[in-house]
Write a protein that binds this ligand. Structure first.
Ligand code: SF4
Length: 713
C-alpha cells in the first residue's frame, strides 16, 4: 500500500492527510502532521475519499464528454474532438454576434486547484476578451474581500489559524466553526483551555456559544446595529486607543459621528441585546492583550454585509487589536480553495495577486505576458448577476467549471429559467449534478486525488496537493481542457505541468513571487505575502501597523443599519436562515457519494425549528413538514431544537428535495453582490399524512438519482 501526502478537499482549514492506495484504488485516509491539523482530521477528512471509486450512491462520475445539438435531444457521449470543436465553434459564433461580454465563465473553489483557476481567468481575459469570470466566493466571503480591502488594503485573514489558540479574547461573530471548520473549532477549544475569554454573537446556540463566556443572541438581521453599538460603548467608556488612532488610521471623526447614535440602549430595539451585555463584551475585547475577531457567513450572507465587515475591521483600528500575533481579523473561508480562486484572479475585477483590471499598468503587464494587444478594462459580471444579465439579453453563454449553481445559488427557480434562456451552457465537472442537467455540453475532468497542484488555505497558506491514483474514464485535467479549447481559437495556452503554470503566475504577482513549489515542499506550506526566494512567507499581516491602502493607514468606516430586504409579515411570518452542515460539503456530489458520510443524514435534510414554533404548529421532531416562501415550496424534516429562538428556522443547502435555495431571495449586497441567504420570509406547515409524504419523498429522490446516473435499487 502506498501513502500519498495531500491536502483535504473539504474546507478552508487546509488539513494535510495521506491517501492510502492499493492497485490504483483509494482505500483509506490517515491524518498527516500538517500545520493546521497536527495529526488530526474531522469526519469529512477521515471518510470523504471513496467518491473517487465511483460508488454511484448519489450520482455517477462523468467519464466521457457529452453533448446535444438541440435542447430537445438527450445528452449523448461523444469523443473529445467533437465536444471541443463544438464548444469552440459556438463560443466563436456568440462572440462574433454579440461581443465577448456575452460570454461568462467560472473558476472553481473546489478540488481543481489554483493552477486551473489561473488558466481559466487567462482564457476568459486573453482568448474570449472579457472580465466575466467569477466563482462561488461571490456567495460566501466576497464581502470579506471587498470590506477588508477597503479598510486595510488586503482582503484575507490577517493572522494564521494556529494563532487562534493563543488569543486572550476571541470575538466569534456569525461563525459556527464546529460545523464549518471542525479543526478551527479545535483551536477555539484550545484557546478556551489556555484561558481565553470567548464572546459569541449568534442567534443560534452553536457549540462555540455553548462554551462561551458571553453569548449575544442577537435578532437575525441586526449585525450592523450591534457593531455600531460596540464602537459606541468603546468610545463612551474611553477604551479606544488614541495612539493607534492618531498614528495609523484615517476617518476617525466621521466614524465617531456615525456611531454616536448607536448607544447600547438605542441599538437594543434593533438587536434585542441587553446594554450590559454589550458593555461586558467590549470590556473583555478592549482589555485583553490579544483579541482576534473570527467571522463566517453569519456576517457575509446579508444584503448589508460589506458594511459589517468594514465595521468589524474598524473595531481593530479603534483599539489597536491588529498588526500583532493572535490579534486581528479572521474571515474563515468556507470551501477548500475559495481563498485560492480569489488569489488566482477568478474574479471580475482583479487579475491574479489582487491586481485591479481597471489599472492601465496592470493591463499592460498582463497583456504583454499573455501575448495579446490589449485586455478588457471593464469589470465583468458576477455569478449572482447572471440571471439578471440573461433576462436583459446581455449574456448568451455560460461556461461553468466545478460549481453547481442550481443547488448552491439563491432563488434556484430564477437561475433555472436563466439556464434555459441561455443559448449555450457548458458544464465541466467530475459528477453529474443539477446544473449539468441544463448543459448543452459536459466536459469530464479529473478529480482531487487524480491530479495535483496548489490549494490556498483560509489563512493565505499555499500547500501542495498531490495525485494519488490514475483517473479511470476518458477525462482530462481542467487546465488541459481549457488549453485545448484555446488552441481552437488559435491561442497557445498549453503547459508542461502545473509547476510551469505556477511559475508563470508567480512571475506576474509580486506578493507570491517567492512561493515556489520547492519552498512549499521544503517548508510544508508558504503563507503569502512571500515576495522573494529568501522570504519564508508571512504569518500575520500589518507588522508595524503599516496597512496596504494607498496612504498605508487603516481607514475607519461606519454606516447606518439597514433592515433585510424581505421581513416577515402575516402571510410569511418566519425568518429562514441557511447554515452549514458538518457531514456534507457544498452541493454534496462528493460527500454524498462517500459511503460513511452518506449514512450521517439523507434527503430531504432538516429544518431546525424552535420548540415553541414546533408546538404551535403541531410539528413533531423528525416529521416531514413544508416550508414555503414567495419563490418556492419544499418539504424537509423537522429537527426540533432548543438551540434556536422562536420566529426563525435554519436549513442547510446540501439537499436536492429539501432544497432551501428554492426559497431564498437574491437580494444582493450592493458592493459585493453577495446574496442575502441568511434572511428571507417563509411560512411553515405540518403535513397530516406522513406516510404518503414519505412515499412521495422516496419516489422523487429515486427519480432524481436515476437522472444523475446513480444505482437505485
Ligand atoms: S477541518 Fe476541513 S480541512 Fe480539516 S479534515 Fe475537516 S473538512 Fe478537511
Amino acid at each position: 500500500m502506498k501513502k500519498v501526502l495531500t491536502v483535504c478537499p473539504y474546507c478552508g482549514s487546509g488539513c494535510q492527510l495521506y491517501l492510502c492506495v492499493e492497485d490504483n484504488r483509494v482505500v483509506g485516509a490517515e491524518p498527516a502532521n500538517g500545520p493546521i491539523n497536527e495529526g488530526e482530521l474531522c469526519l469529512k477528512g477521515h471518510y470523504g475519499w471513496d467518491f473517487l471509486n465511483d460508488t454511484k450512491i448519489l450520482s455517477k462520475r462523468l467519464t466521457k464528454p457529452m453533448l446535444r445539438y438541440t435542447r430537445s435531444e438527450p445528452l449523448r457521449e461523444v469523443e473529445w474532438d467533437e465536444a471541443l470543436d463544438y464548444v469552440a465553434g459556438k463560443l466563436k459564433t456568440i462572440k462574433e454576434q454579440y461581443g465577448p461580454d456575452a460570454i461568462m465563465g467560472t473558476g472553481s473553489a473546489r478540488g481543481t486547484g489554483n493552477e486551473t483557476n489561473y488558466v481559466m481567468q487567462r482564457f476568459m481575459r486573453a482568448v474570449i476578451g472579457t472580465n466575466n469570470v467569477d466563482h462561488c466566493a461571490r456567495v460566501c466571503h466576497g464581502p470579506s474581500v471587498a470590506g477588508l480591502t477597503a479598510i486595510f488594503g488586503s482582503g484575507a485573514m490577517s493572522n494564521s489559524i494556529p494563532e487562534i489558540e493563543d488569543a486572550d479574547c476571541l470575538l466569534i461573530f456569525g461563525y459556527n466553526a464546529a460545523d464549518a471548520h471542525p479543526l478551527v473549532a479545535k483551536r477555539i477549544l484550545r484557546a478556551k483551555q489556555k484561558g481565553a475569554k470567548i464572546i459569541v454573537v449568534d442567534p443560534r446556540k452553536t457549540e462555540a456559544a455553548r462554551i462561551s463566556d458571553l453569548w449575544l443572541q442577537l435578532k437575525n438581521g441586526s449585525n450592523m446595529a450591534l457593531v455600531n453599538s460596540f464602537a459606541n460603548i468603546i468610545l463612551a467608556k474611553g477604551w479606544h486607543n488614541d495612539y493607534f488612532i492618531n498614528n495609523f488610521t484615517e476617518g476617525f471623526a466621521e466614524y465617531c459621528n456615525t456611531v454616536k447614535k448607536y448607544t447600547p440602549e438605542y441599538a437594543q430595539a434593533i438587536t434585542g441585546i441587553e446594554p450590559d451585555l454589550v458593555e461586558a463584551a467590549m470590556k473583555i475585547y478592549t482589555h485583553s492583550k490579544n483579541s482576534f475577531i473570527l467571522w463566517g457567513m453569519g456576517v457575509t450572507q446579508f444584503g448589508q454585509a460589506v458594511d459589517v465587515v468594514k465595521g468589524l475591521g474598524s473595531l481593530c483600528l479603534l483599539t489597536g487589536q491588529i498588526g500583532k500575533p493572535s490579534s486581528g481579523v479572521g474571515p474563515v473561508r468556507g470551501q477548500n480553495n475559495v481563498q485560492g480562486a480569489c488569489d488566482m484572479g477568478a474574479l471580475p475585477n482583479i487579475y491574479p495577486g489582487y491586481q485591479a483590471v481597471t489599472d492601465a499598468a496592470n493591463r499592460k503587464k498582463f497583456a504583454k505576458a499573455w501575448g495579446v494587444e490589449t485586455l478588457p478594462d471593464k469589470i465583468g459580471f458576477t455569478i449572482t448577476e447572471v440571471p439578471h444579465a440573461v433576462a436583459a439579453g446581455k449574456l448568451k453563454a455560460f461556461y461553468i467549471i466545478g460549481e453547481d449553481p442550481v443547488q448552491s445559488d439563491p432563488d434556484s427557480g430564477g437561475l433555472k429559467k436563466a439556464l434555459n434562456d441561455l443559448e449555450f451552457v457548458i458544464v465541466q465537472d467530475i459528477f453529474m449534478n443539477k446544473t449539468a442537467l441544463y448543459a448543452d455540453v459536459i466536459l469530464p475532468a479529473t478529480s482531487w486525488g487524480e491530479h495535483g497542484g496548489v490549494f490556498s488555505g483560509a489563512d493565505r497558506r499555499f500547500q501542495r496537493f498531490r495525485k494519488a491514483v490514475d483517473a479511470k474514464g476518458d477525462v482530462k485535467d481542467d487546465w488541459v481542457i481549457i488549453g485545448e479549447l484555446a488552441k481552437r481559437f488559435g491561442y497557445e495556452l498549453t503547459y508542461k505541468n502545473t509547476e510551469a503554470i505556477w511559475n508563470e503566475m508567480i512571475s506576474l504577482c509580486p506578493s507570491y513571487a517567492g512561493a515556489t513549489y520547492e519552498k512549499m515542499e521544503r517548508q510544508g506550506s508558504v503563507q503569502w505575502p512571500c515576495r522573494t526566494l529568501e522570504d519564508p512567507g508571512t504569518d500575520y499581516l500589518f507588522k508595524g501597523n503599516i496597512f496596504q491602502t494607498t496612504s498605508k493607514k487603516g481607514i475607519f468606516f461606519a454606516t447606518e443599519w439597514r433592515a433585510p430586504a424581505e421581513v416577515p409579515d402575516e402571510q410569511y411570518p418566519i425568518v429562514l436562515c441557511t447554515v452549514r452542515e458538518v457531514g456534507h460539503y457544498s452541493s454534496r456530489t462528493m460527500t454524498g457519494n462517500c459511503w460513511g458520510l452518506s449514512q450521517l443524514a439523507d434527503e430531504p435534510g432538516y429544518v431546525q425549528i424552535s420548540v415553541e414554533d414546533a408546538a404551535r404548529l403541531d410539528i413533531e421532531d423528525e416529521q416531514l413538514m413544508r416550508v414555503t416562501s414567495r419563490r418556492g415550496s419544499v418539504i424537509s424534516r423537522a429537527r426540533v431544537s432548543d438551540r434556536v429562538k422562536a420566529g426563525a428556522v435554519y436549513m442547510t443547502y446540501q439537499w436536492w428535495i429539501g432544497a432551501c435555495n428554492e426559497l431564498t431571495i437574491d437580494n444582493l449586497d450592493p458592493i459585493s453582490k453577495t446574496p442575502e441567504y441568511k434572511y428571507c420570509a417563509v411560512k411553515l406547515e405540518a403535513i397530516a399524512d406522513q406516510e404518503e409524504a414519505e412515499r412521495q419523498l422516496i419516489a422523487s429522490y429515486n427519480d432524481l438519482k436515476r437522472k444523475m446516473g446513480a444505482e437505485v435499487s
